[in-house]
Design a protein around this ligand. Structure first.
Ligand code: GLY
Length: 461
């Protein structure tokens, strides 16, 4: 945990923003994997961590915006718990660590909520994303658990988003630690990227680094020579010469701040000319987008900039044609880059996505597009100092998508379908870094992870 004054300051700020009612923050509980005592790795809810910091299952935080008081609800370990899991600090001791002196056992929570509801007090809560939390909320509010997401407080969502979006110095330090773990993961993957090696061997080795150096991975590792599948979690292939391995992987620190880095390595460590052709285009989109990153520019404008670089590069290779501005406006480039440029990062690798993507990256004035590709852009608003983003352009040869568009002759004025075949064996290329928006511009966070052709070839050799 951070020192208690961090959590006190954060809760004070929320008290200032929301004028009345209560806010209920239900921390995560243990979730069974295949029988009750065999649970998944415990991950605390990120909003609970942000305001209360207690990284253990079974706690709830409550803020009263009228009285200014905060509580922690939780149960002390009994002798059975101690025998199986060892002694734990008391609820009082844990609550003091986040600056709260008022605690109650869990069975008092129902009474407290019942009392507040009977007095028609507003009870704010954030959208639940786990079945267990929906059940707890459903039982407290006497509502259908499946409907609880629709009853979440938009006011609370917006205030939490406004706070968590701007990272404090201690948070940025944590994110840099997470990137430095990712450095070791990616350099290890590059060194292992040799003909005959199994994807699973590399996956296991780098997952082990995340566990040994921090709190594990920040999302399930994407690692495959079939990088054309954007989120490829199958690791069953044996590496073959001519293929490129996309590794999209990051770590959490022990405080649960995340990194999210992608590198693409040719099997055998040496780029062929064909691989260089596509790699250099994606690298240019990555570096030029990063160079242009500063407060005020929107993530949507930067997305278009990267897409135009990709489309221009593909035009030079003969895969695209026509006016590039028109092609990108029409969405023709999305055949090759069907995803957004990046997303916010912090305590969640897709930061605060549980609160609703449109509350984070869109607003009343900036609405999400429904155009193929652009619709996946998670954030369209202007950057502010303190934001942390991924910048992750890519170029993919997705057989099913290409076949589909080709059969419909879609965007035939912008795409040379006959020239694509030559590149199909490449799969995909993605290059991703994590960037802080500063007052004057930006800072690429963490120890630089090799990404030029020269540096990757040198690490691999
Ligand atoms: N790095 C995985 C993702 O952004 O979805």
């Amino acid at each position: 945990m951070f020192k208690s004054d961090i959590y006190i300051k954060r809760r004070k700020e929320l008290h200032k923003k929301i004028k009345s009612g209560l806010a209920l923050f239900i921390g995560n509980v243990e979730t069974p994997m295949n029988y009750p005592a065999n649970t998944y790795h415990f991950r605390q809810d990120s909003d609970f961590l942000y305001f209360f910091g207690i990284d253990l299952p079974g706690f709830t935080g409550l803020m009263d915006f009228d009285s200014g008081k905060d509580w922690i609800f939780g149960n002390d370990f009994d002798m059975d718990d101690i025998i199986w899991m060892g002694p734990q600090p008391t609820v009082k001791e844990l609550a003091l660590k986040c600056g709260i002196s008022d605690t109650s056992p869990m069975n008092k929570l129902e009474e407290t909520i019942k009392d507040a509801l009977s007095r028609r007090r507003r009870i704010h809560f954030l959208p639940p994303y786990r079945g267990e939390t929906k059940m707890i909320l459903g039982s407290l509010f006497k509502e259908n658990p499946c409907q609880m997401k629709t009853l979440a407080s938009v006011e609370l969502i917006k205030e939490v988003v406004s706070m968590r979006s701007i990272k404090e110095k201690i948070e940025i330090d944590e994110i840099e630690k997470a990137i430095n773990i990712a450095y070791d993961m990616h350099v290890t993957a590059m060194k292992m990227c040799k003909q005959g090696v199994r994807e699973q061997d590399i996956f296991g080795a780098i997952e082990g680094i995340a566990l040994a150096k921090g709190g594990g991975t920040s999302f399930p590792i994407i690692l495959s020579i079939n990088g054309q599948t954007l989120h490829n979690h199958a690791h069953g292939n044996i590496l073959k010469k001519g293929r490129m391995m996309v590794t999209d992987a990051g770590a959490e620190t022990n405080m649960h701040y995340s990194s999210d880095i992608t590198r693409t390595t040719p099997v055998g460590g040496k780029f062929s000319q064909l691989q260089k052709d596509i790699y250099e285009i994606v690298l240019k989109a990555n570096t030029e987008a990063i160079k242009a990153t500063c407060p005020g520019i929107s993530n949507r404008d930067l997305h278009f900039k990267a897409c135009k670089i990709i489309a221009s590069g593909l035009k030079e290779l003969g895969l695209m044609k026509g006016d590039i501005d028109e092609a990108v406006t029409a969405g023709a480039h999305a055949l090759f880059m069907p995803h957004g440029l990046g997303h916010m990062m912090g305590l969640d690798v897709h930061d605060m996505e549980a609160l609703g993507e449109n509350y984070i990256g869109y607003n009343e004035k900036v609405k999400r597009s429904d155009q193929f590709g652009l619709a996946f852009l998670r954030f369209a608003l202007p950057y502010k100092p303190g934001h942390v983003f991924t910048i992750e352009p890519g170029c993919y040869f997705i057989p099913e998508l290409i076949e589909n568009w080709k059969s419909e002759e879609k965007f035939k004025e912008f795409i040379n379908y006959s020239k694509i075949d030559k590149y199909m064996s490449l799969g995909g290329v993605r290059i991703e870094d994590n960037v802080l928006i500063t007052e004057k511009g930006h800072k690429v966070l963490g120890k630089p992870i090799p990404k030029t052709i020269k540096d990757i070839e040198s690490i691999c050799s």
